[in-house]
Ligand binder design. Structure first.
Ligand code: NAD
Ligand code: PRE
Length: 314
């Protein structure tokens, strides 16, 4: 029987001899699956603070070994990736610091970069490089069962190395993510946080808010809201089902940028509100025409989610 081809080329030689993944959720387990399937690491060791998650990771045969602690997983690793909520990155870095070997590359996958750099940097031992990463790919699901190896295929992964980071550590980290099929871009942590505030964080806040508002309308809740949610509202409910711990941390740690974007959003919403109140159809039509062009531009670039999703799952 012919073997099933990998979703991306399998490497002859791994990028890293030993990879440690701390946090075995959606992202950590997806990296473990991709790295094993594509031979991106010789040995993959995983750790999670939750014993039930460690047990499930064993059952799913993720990586090559499951360590009891983060520090144990980090021993002798060439590349350590923190796949925990943004607010936990600093404490995990402190926990593993004494085990990191000279020449190792520490990384993370947090959705916010500035606060992670601030929290992790003080714990960085001499001779260890820190190359923060953010794969702009995910779903509303969490935990080790939610991951899949092609999650990062054709999706951006943004690296935000602090100034002065060893270029060879950046190159290796890029190689690793490109190996999983991601498109890699490098920028400052500050710029990342501003861009993602509007493209990812604000949309999630809006979804959390609108689904809450609809639920508060008790008169329509059980019946109409559920029954008539085939269109736009249904899309919002998917986003609003995203992990509460992860998103609490995102908003607490990207406060300034989110508040800046929320301010602009509220001003624009006031203009639309005014146009509706005064029957200004021209303003509404002009605005909707502009936003339609943006959507069509995204589709033309091949960045539209359902199409990419199809490609990734095939
Ligand atoms: N979910 C997404 O769509 C997405 C996309 C890109 C990046 N991210 C980022 O990836 C990171 C992980 O997100 P996820 O969706 O995989 O979350 P998840 O909830 O699926 O998994 C997180 C895991 O981390 C473990 N954990 C928490 N604190 C820990 C600690 N101190 N030590 C060891 N383990 C700990 C939890 O037990 C859990 O198993 C977050 O920083 C998030 O911002 C998420
Ligand atoms: O598709 C989704 O479910 C996502 O929300 C993924 C998404 C995003 O906003 O694009 C969410 C947060 C991550 O930091 C990166 C990706």
């Amino acid at each position: 029987m012919a073997s099933v081809p990998a979703f991306a080329p399998r490497r002859d030689e791994p990028v890293f001899a030993r990879l440690a993944i701390i946090g075995i959720g959606l992202i950590g387990s997806s990296i473990a699956r991709a790295a094993k399937e594509l031979n991106l690491a010789g040995t993959i060791v995983l750790a999670d603070r939750d014993a039930a998650v460690r047990q499930r990771a064993r059952e799913l045969d993720l990586g090559h070994a499951i360590a009891e602690t983060a520090a144990e997983a980090a021993v002798d690793a060439d590349h350590v990736i923190l796949c925990v909520p943004v607010g936990a990155c600093g404490e995990v870095a402190a926990e593993i610091a004494s085990e990191l070997k000279s020449g190792a590359i520490l990384s993370d996958v947090g959705s916010v970069k500035g606060s992670v750099v601030d929290a992790v940097s003080p714990h960085l031992p001499e001779g260890v490089s820190f190359v923060p990463a953010h794969p702009v790919a995910g779903t509303e699901n969490s935990g080790p069962d939610a991951g899949f190896p092609s999650l990062f295929l054709n999706r951006w992964c943004i690296l935000t190395p602090p100034e002065g980071t060893d270029p060879s550590a950046i190159a290796k980290t890029r190689q690793f993510w490109e190996g999983m099929g991601a498109l890699v871009e490098v920028m400052s942590a500050q710029h990342h946080d501003l861009v993602l505030a509007v493209t990812s964080h604000l949309p999630h806040l809006i979804a959390y808010n609108i689904v809450g508002t609809a639920e508060d309308l008790e008169a329509v809740t059980q019946s109409e809201v559920i029954k008539f949610s085939a269109g736009g509202f249904r899309d919002f409910t998917r986003i609003a089902a995203s992990d509460p711990t992860m998103w609490r941390d995102v908003f607490l740690h990207n406060k300034e940028a989110v508040l800046e974007m929320l301010g602009r959003f509220n001003e624009d919403l006031a203009l639309l509100t005014r146009a509706i109140r005064y029957g200004d159809g021209e303003t509404l039509h002009k605005h909707f025409t502009r936003t339609r062009a943006i959507r069509r531009g995204i589709v033309a670039l091949g960045q539209e989610k359902p199409e990419t999703e199809k490609l990734r799952k095939d």
